[in-house]
Design a protein around this ligand. Sequence first.
Ligand code: SF4
Length: 117
Amino acid sequence: MSLKSHDLEEKATQTIFEAGNEGIFQSELWKRLGLNSRDGSRIAQRLEERGFIERRKVLHEGRWTYKLFSKQKKVDLKSILDTPCIQCDDIDKCMIEGEKSPINCGQLDQWINLNSY
Ligand code: SF4
């Protein structure tokens, strides 16, 4: 994938995310990104295949089209305030390849399992 294509996918992802729960008509997204419908549809399909967005078929002004919705959620600071890491005595020693690590931490695993949707 070229850098240009990667940049366009990032811009598309961000624009769809900013549209929030309302979503955005794909034609509006193409306009904002300066794409034709063929290239725009390819980007939307790739983003959907990767699980970043959802495309919903909708009837708009008498024609079927797609509306695009982000599947990414905003992170709320409150959602992480009760992680075990916040009050962990080992946080200074915790690192990916260390003896204490988020990779194999039972406390963190348990918290993630309890807070997964
Ligand atoms: S991952 Fe586990 S060991 Fe590391 S800081 Fe969080 S709770 Fe502590």
